[in-house]
Design a protein around this ligand. Structure first.
Ligand SMILES: C[S@@+](CC[C@H](N)C(=O)[O-])C[C@H]1O[C@@H](n2cnc3c(N)ncnc32)[C@H](O)[C@@H]1O
Length: 247
């Protein structure tokens, strides 16, 4: 784990051990190494082996409007709050489906939005920058949205330039890099689930500090947060939390 941290900046200690161990052991065995020291030494020499490991430990599964009914809830909250321009952060944005979904939603609501979209994985960010997606990523996109916000291109559909311009993509490690301030919305979905409890608590406390009073945190549909009250966040809709007003 120390070796992987030095080579990639990824601290596997903060991820749930059984799942990570299964994934890494499986890769190691498949590549014919009988122990971790031999595998670690090979990772330092072979960039493609390292790339494969990073791919395996950062899980990039995503799609537009993942869990559509939760996005409907978010839409209702954003519409009611009517904050424009909205300062948002999509943390762990993978290939970009999530921040672009948010940008589409705000365009429909007539809200101006600035989205900082970050991920640990450079390759995912490159895919996000191209903004081209296969049909399977678009199963929850209605024909109206497809016609209004996407262009057909070879290999799938490309997100419109106007939507892409709303999203600033950057590499950021939630476990070690500084967080922004004064945000109206943080979307962090299907990432916390992979982390140990202390790592998760640290991130949630950081999110709470990063939000303005009244700002929202939108998490994944398996990520009910326990014990978050000390962080000043309260549940306002399924998987949507709001930072309490100060004082
Ligand atoms: C399963 S994807 C979730 C994508 C999207 N948020 C969604 O819900 O569809 C998890 C993403 O979290 C990223 N990730 C994992 N650990 C991270 C960390 N410490 N900092 C930033 N991103 C991280 C992975 O690279 C991956 O792209």
């Amino acid at each position: 784990m120390e070796h992987v941290r030095r080579l990639t900046g990824i601290d596997l200690n903060s991820y749930k051990r059984p799942q990570m161990e299964r994934r890494v052991t499986h890769l190691r065995d498949r590549r014919g190494f009988s122990n971790f020291s031999a595998y670690a030494a090979a990772l330092a020499r072979d960039a493609s082996l390292l790339r494969e490991l990073v791919d395996r430990v950062t899980i990039q599964v995503s799609e537009f409007f993942r869990n559509p009914e939760r996005w409907d809830d978010l839409r209702a909250r954003l519409k009611a709050a009517a904050i424009t321009p909205l300062r948002a952060w999509s943390a762990g944005c993978a290939n970009g489906e999530e921040p672009y979904s948010l940008a589409v939603l705000c365009a429909e609501l007539g809200l101006d939005i600035d989205i900082w979209a970050t991920d640990l994985d450079e390759r995912a960010l490159q895919v996000a920058a191209r903004g081209v997606y296969p049909p399977r990523a678009l199963v929850n996109v209605s024909p109206e949205r497809l016609a209004r916000f996407f262009e057909p291109v070879s290999g799938g559909w490309q997100v419109d330039t106007a939507i892409r311009r709303r999203v600033r993509l950057e590499r950021h490690n939630l476990l070690s890099d500084p967080y922004p301030h004064d945000l109206d919305l943080i979307v962090c979905r299907n990432l916390l689930i992979y982390l140990t409890e202390p790592a998760k608590q640290r991130i949630i406390a950081g999110f709470s500090r990063a939000l303005k009073p009244g700002g929202h945190l939108f998490v994944g549909s398996t990520e009910q947060l326990i014990g978050i009250h000390p962080c000043g966040l309260r549940l306002v809709a399924p998987f949507i939390y709001q930072k309490e007003a100060e004082g």
